[in-house]
Design a protein around this ligand. Structure first.
Ligand code: HEC
Length: 395
């Protein structure tokens, strides 16, 4: 079995696993958020659990009880719901390595941004993952913890600054995925390093009949609130690499800022809706999110346009020559590029009719954005992009 095929399988299996456990993690956290909001509080003066809910699912009926402080006899065999978070991060890391480290020259590096060697790009990536978490964790442990709104604002600024920094060293696509990696790491590490350890202390205290320090619950709550508001943005970052309009322009960091704002506002509306607030109280978030979306669309429309109009008629032979020089190493029936065993996405660009067939995609990937050639190792110029565009636009 050759290396590229093995790498493809590693990529596919880690992606499959990653998506599945990611759904489980997010599903569980959405479920508990909604459950928390739907619990009917205990009647005044009554004893027993603090809140209860009746649910129906899969042919059965469930009665769920919530205890804010543990019940008198807390069983040791608690279900912790933590592995989905850990496995999501681990499989995500394997996927990052399989996609972006093994093919760093194609996916992670853009010589026009920074002419890094693969090991340098990978070292930067690893350093950003560790450094990003340390910086975030330090912020949360600082006196800012007393001012949650300010802390959230600074975390937001930190992620946007990281997006800008990534765009100075990685390819557009690599930069965007690294924002996702950074945020995803913060979320998983919040569970692993803070929320679960704190909960362990509380549970141990309760089982031993001691009164737990309320600060542990408070810290855990801040971190899970951050996780909750980062969920929608992080999912978008993870699928971003299929949409060059998001990252293939100089203001990608601004798009990141809008995605964070949109995701957080939508999440906020969902939370308040689940909590049963009248919509007048949170309804403002929806038009604001829509406005941020319009801004994001506006920013993505500002792409580096090559001047197709200034190019005259382009002959078939010239178009094929450009494709041959810049695309065929990957988009051929038998790609010469050793990272690929097959033409990526089945896009073959060997003949004029191939070029016509994939015309819309080529326009989008190569003329209206610089997403292709991937990694631009062949140094395709804007002039050549314009020629290809003019060729496809004619007739
Ligand atoms: C180094 C390898 C490489 C080179 C060179 C390359 N591509 Fe690609 N191309 C890819 C990969 C990998 C994908 C799949 C990207 C993905 O999965 O999002 C792709 C996808 C595409 C797609 C489909 C995009 C989609 O999302 O449907 C088009 C169209 C395309 N390339 C056009 C071109 C053109 C035109 C050139 C030459 C100017 C080119 N590519 C050069 C690797 C390459």
């Amino acid at each position: 079995m050759d290396f590229a095929l093995a790498a493809d399988w590693l990529n596919l299996l880690s992606r499959w696993f990653h998506v599945t456990v990611g759904i489980t993690w997010i599903g569980t956290s959405f479920y508990f958020m909604a459950l928390d909001y739907s619990l009917k509080p205990r009647a005044e003066g009554a004893s027993g659990p603090d809140g209860t809910a009746w649910e129906v699912h899969g042919g059965g009926f469930y009665r769920v009880e919530k205890y804010l402080v543990a019940p008198d006899n807390l069983p040791p065999d608690l279900m912790w719901h933590r592995w989905a978070a850990y496995l999501t991060w681990m499989s995500g890391f394997v996927l990052l390595a399989a996609q972006y480290y093994l093919n760093a020259r194609s996916f992670l590096i853009d010589p026009a941004v920074a002419d890094l060697r693969p090991w340098q790009a990978i070292a930067l990536s690893l350093a950003s993952i560790v450094g990003g978490w340390l910086a975030y964790d330090r912020l949360c442990r600082s006196p800012l913890a007393e001012r949650p709104a300010l802390l959230a604002g600074i975390v937001f600024a930190m992620v946007v600054a990281a997006a800008w920094a990534f765009s100075q060293v990685f390819s557009g696509r690599g930069a965007f995925i690294h924002v996702g990696v950074l945020v995803g790491t913060i979320m998983a590490a919040n569970v692993f390093m803070v929320i679960i350890p704190n909960q362990r202390i509380v549970v141990a205290d309760l089982i031993a009949g001691r009164r737990p320090d309320p600060k542990f619950g408070k810290i855990g709550k801040t971190r899970s609130t951050h996780n909750n508001y980062l969920t929608l943005p992080v999912v978008l970052m993870m699928v971003s690499n299929h949409y060059p309009m998001l990252y293939a322009h100089p203001h990608a960091w601004l798009v990141v800022a809008f995605i964070l704002v949109i995701g957080a506002l939508v999440q906020h509306s969902i939370n308040r809706h689940d909590a049963g607030d009248p919509w007048q109280r949170y309804g403002w978030a929806v038009p604001l999110a829509a406005f941020a979306l319009v801004c994001a669309i506006f920013v993505t429309a500002q792409r580096p346009t090559v001047d197709v109009g200034s190019v005259g008629r382009v002959a078939d032979a010239r178009a094929l020559d450009i494709a041959n020089r810049h695309c065929l190493s990957c988009h051929a029936r038998r790609p010469a590029n050793e990272s690929f065993t097959e033409p990526p996405k089945g896009v073959i660009l060997e003949t004029v009719s191939d070029l016509r067939r994939f015309s819309a995609g080529i326009m989008q990937q190569t003329v209206q954005s610089r997403a292709m050639p991937l990694g631009n190792q062949s140094g395709m110029t804007d002039g050549e992009r314009a020629e290809l565009g003019a060729f496809l636009a004619a007739r």
